[in-house]
Design a protein around this ligand. Structure first.
Ligand SMILES: Nc1nc2c(c(=O)[nH]1)N[C@H]1C(S)=C(S)[C@@H](COP(=O)(O)OP(=O)(O)OC[C@H]3O[C@@H](n4cnc5c(=O)[nH]c(N)nc54)[C@H](O)[C@@H]3O)O[C@H]1N2
Ligand SMILES: Nc1nc2c(c(=O)[nH]1)N[C@H]1C(S)=C(S)[C@@H](COP(=O)(O)OP(=O)(O)OC[C@H]3O[C@@H](n4cnc5c(=O)[nH]c(N)nc54)[C@H](O)[C@@H]3O)O[C@H]1N2
Ligand SMILES: [Mo]
Length: 772
């Protein structure tokens, strides 16, 4: 029996009421995209707010789109409308005119809210005043800001150790807010700074850092435009990075070939109609992928190993003509060991893991041999697998063999998710920041930051479960829905003495409470931010390491909102009570004073205030592009990677949990996924028709998804409708976060500890067939 307020999460959405399935689309963006964006926008907000937002979005001195982290073209090369359909949806979801007031919480108890779907909670609108849920109550009630900070400070100061506190950050938070949060956490005494990146590109960070000495991508928009071969591996740009399609279109016009590697034939990989150009509006658009490799889930490591073997063999046949010996000799270490290891590869294993033919992989080798400038882009289809780190290391091997690093038109391109997820890391939001950063903090502020590594997202949940964490504060995000294993995660959060969320909109994390819970409502990026020192702007860093300003224009959703920076500075002041000698009050009044401090701590951001004011902002240097590889040995490392195929018992499928076209991470906007032809329901599971035949199932049938994991605990997401879909054999797909309940907390990528959200072993049980 669940206690009130502890309803399980797997049945929050109305099951399959109105599912309609149409054939998947073969192209992305174009006119319908713009129409759909406006449709959603006008349901949320007024034509005036929509217009103000969209016209300033991604313009120099405007708002940075709160959607993905894709880079803007340089000033002077931007369209009048430099946004995409989905960016418009995200921004208007924030600019909504709907409001969640104290009355709302009087009407709806926490238990009642915990039975509502993610979509319903989001649709209630913007949070408007600070609220508290007291220990014996089932309702949130208003609390003054001052009392809220008092409560938080008292709780923090009563902990036995600072390490009983956890501070989570989601990647929409600005650089300034992130810097203040990590400074506060470290001055308080803990490195417990988990973030959404732990569940997103952590595998990329570890692999790139180890092999290249820097955790960031090496590619600029210019490189992408001038590459002659681009790989898109495990990403769905038509939905998740629509502005990347413009860059790919440009690359194609310059003569590039594109190879898409995916378990699904995503619309955005096939053809693009650019809504910003007449050609896109009326024509057939541009074909994106010249080659589509319909790979099995988790097969990318084997694919790149096979390509590397084929390149070594091509070099054997034509010595001195295939590999870039100069690059390998000058800049790398470990080539001989790598080559010996690569030569031991078994083709049987490769073909089984990838589901591809050898001839198909050889065609790709030929594409590579014809190319001089190669870029590899990747996202969650690579990072969220057990072998995510090894796969990216192998991609680095692949790039290095032909010197495709550090030259114009080449490089490694992890395509980041949240608009400032990369900046938050630059600002020190990481449980494992290196000593160089901590030393700089110590020099600047004169306190001794803790040195022991803190807790990441998965380990925070484990520590809560073991009673080692009592306090949880989140700067943005929806931790309870972003984290795996919903039942385990929710039970863990409920053991906390206090949970608090700095949020713009209501979500499930507000309904899964510690003994005491606080909602701290904040300004969104679209809104004007006026402090004692005048109107403020914030800064963000995109996927290509460009740091620029973002300035909101709209009137705040409520006069009671505080900015993220103000909330964190006041909390720090109240908790530390002058102990660390940090000028929190000045920071709050004038964010420029925060940037002055950042400029003395973060390499590459010297003279931050002056340089970021220039149109286009600051390009952070990437050592790789200067021929420097700051690894332990001062060279880029070739690595030897091994793998085991996932154990897939008979009658089971490997499930990936992914995004629809109409959602922002944990927040579905509508139940539709237009490009995949799914309308009216998110409780669907996409399965290859041949697998359905083998499993004795048919399209339209209702099934429970049953997770299979070594702990033998039953993880069940019930009542999903089967949709026959051209996913690769043995693989299924269903939406996150509804399937979060199936991802075991212990199922993580090797080394990065990132949940394996794209590799969940499940069986499909006809609904109602189970005895339970
Ligand atoms: N509209 C919108 N935009 C977003 C987001 C959003 O929710 N909505 N989220 C943002 C965030 S935080 C992120 S991290 C990014 C995520 O961007 P993506 O990584 O594109 O997001 P996913 O929906 O998780 O899609 C993963 C893709 O990988 C493929 N895939 C799955 N497994 C494999 C595999 O084993 N091999 C290969 N080759 N392919 C595989 C899937 O079929 C799918 O196309 O998007 C960002 N942008
Ligand atoms: N199964 C599965 N799990 C996954 C993934 C997956 O593909 N499959 N993807 C993972 C990935 S890539 C990511 S990045 C995480 C995402 O995890 P999170 O970043 O934690 O989740 P979001 O859904 O982006 O958070 C949405 C909430 O952020 C708040 N918010 C929005 N804008 C602002 C703002 O400007 N300021 C503040 N303070 N709050 C704001 C709103 O209250 C909103 O409800 O999920 C991960 N989890
Ligand atoms: Mo992400």
């Amino acid at each position: 029996m669940n206690k009130p307020g502890e309803e399980p999460t797997d049945r929050l959405d109305q099951p399959n009421d109105h599912l309609a399935v149409t054939p998947p689309k073969k192209w992305a963006a174009g006119v319908p995209a713009v129409v759909h964006a406006l449709e959603y926008s006008l349901q949320q907000t007024s034509p005036l707010r929509t217009g103000v937002d969209l016209l300033t979005m991604n313009q120099v001195d405007g708002i940075d789109c709160p959607g993905c982290a894709w880079a803007d073209p340089s000033p002077g090369h931007r369209h009048r409308n430099e946004y995409c359909e989905n960016g418009a949806k995200h921004i208007n979801d924030e600019a909504t005119t709907r409001r969640v007031t104290a009355d709302f919480f009087r009407t709806h108890s926490v238990s009642e809210l915990s039975r509502q779907s993610d979509m319903w909670l989001n649709h209630q609108g913007r949070l408007t005043e600070p609220m508290v849920k007291r220990p014996e109550s089932d309702h949130y009630e208003p609390i003054s800001w001052s009392d809220a900070f008092g409560l938080l400070a008292a709780e923090l100061n009563s902990l036995d150790s600072p390490d009983q506190a956890v501070f989570y950050t989601s990647g929409r938070a600005s650089n300034e807010a992130a810097f203040v949060l990590q400074l506060f956490a470290r001055a308080f005494g803990t490195n417990n700074l988990p973030d959404c990146s732990n569940m997103c590109h952590e595998s990329s960070g570890f692999a790139l850092h180890e092999t290249l000495g820097t955790g960031k991508g090496t590619v600029s928009l210019h490189d992408l435009h001038h590459a002659d071969l681009i790989f898109l591996v495990g990403q769905n740009p038509g939905t998740n990075h629509p502005r990347q399609l413009s860059a790919l279109e440009q690359a194609k016009l310059n003569g590039a070939r594109i190879i898409a590697v995916n378990t699904l034939p995503e619309a955005g990989l096939l053809r693009f109609k650019n809504p910003q150009k007449a050609r896109g509006v009326i024509g057939r658009g541009v074909r994106i992928a010249d080659r589509f490799l319909h790979i099995r889930a988790g097969g990318d490591l084997a694919l790149f190993q096979a390509l590397n073997l084929l390149l070594l063999q091509a070099e054997d046949a034509r010595p001195g003509q295939v590999l870039d010996h100069d690059f390998i000799r000058t800049h790398t270490s470990g080539f001989e060991e790598f080559a010996a290891h690569a030569r031991g590869l078994s083709w049987d294993d490769v073909l089984a893991a990838t589901g591809l033919t050898r001839a198909r992989i050889e065609q790709v080798r030929d594409d590579v041999l014809r190319s001089e400038r190669v870029v590899v882009c990747w996202a969650m289809g690579v990072t969220q697998h057990k072998h995510g780190v090894a796969t990216i290391r192998e991609i680095v091997n692949f790039l290095m063999l032909r010197g495709n690093l550090g030259r114009a038109g080449t490089g490694a391109c992890p395509v980041r998710g949240h608009s400032n997820v990369q900046g938050d890391r630059t600002m020190g939001i990481w449980e494992q920041m290196p000593d160089s950063f901590l030393d700089a903090l110590q020099r600047e502020f004169g306190f001794d930051p803790p040195r022991a590594h803190g807790l990441d997202s998965v380990n925070s949940i484990k520590a809560m479960r073991e009673g080692r964490v009592a306090f949880f504060l989140a700067l943005a995000g929806n931790f309870v829905r972003a984290a795996p294993d919903s039942a385990v995660t929710e039970a863990a959060l409920r053991t906390c003495r206090l949970t608090a969320h700095i949020s713009t909109k209501l979500n499930r994390s507000h309904t899964v409470c510690g003994r005491t819970a606080l909602i701290l409502p904040t300004l969104g990026r679209t809104e004007q931010d006026v402090q004692a020192g005048g109107e403020q702007f914030v800064t963000v860093e995109n996927s290509m390491s460009e740091v620029h300003t973002s300035r909101g224009r709209l009137k705040p959703a409520s006069p009671l909102l505080l900015s993220e920076v103000a909330i964190l500075c006041r909390l720090a002041r109240r908790t530390l009570d002058g102990k660390a000698g940090i000028p929190w009050e000045r920071f709050e009044a004038d964010y420029g004073t925060i940037r002055d401090r950042i400029s003395r701590i973060v390499p590459g951001l010297h003279d931050f205030n002056r340089r970021v004011a220039r149109p286009g902002g600051i390009q952070l240097p990437n050592p790789v592009n200067e021929g420097v590889f700051p690894t332990a040995v001062g060279k880029a490392l070739f690595t030897r990677n091994t793998w085991q195929p996932p154990h897939l018992p008979d009658g089971h499928l490997l499930l990936q949990t992914l995004r629809s076209h109409d959602q922002w991470n944990t927040v579905p906007y509508t139940p539709n996924d237009r490009y995949r032809g799914i309308h009216g329901s998110r409780r669907v599971v996409l399965v290859n028709p041949d697998d359905l035949k083998e499993l004795g199932l048919t399209g339209g049938q209702h099934v429970d998804l049953v997770g299979v994991w070594s702990d033998a605990a039953e993880r069940r997401a019930d009542d999903f409708e089967v949709v026959p879909y051209p996913t690769s054999r043995g693989c299924a797909a269903a939406y996150y976060p509804e399937t979060q309940v199936l991802v075991p907390l212990d199922s993580v990528a090797d080394i990065s500890n990132q949940p394996t959200s794209k590799g969940v072993v499940v069986r499909l049980e006809p609904t109602g067939a189970s005895p339970s």
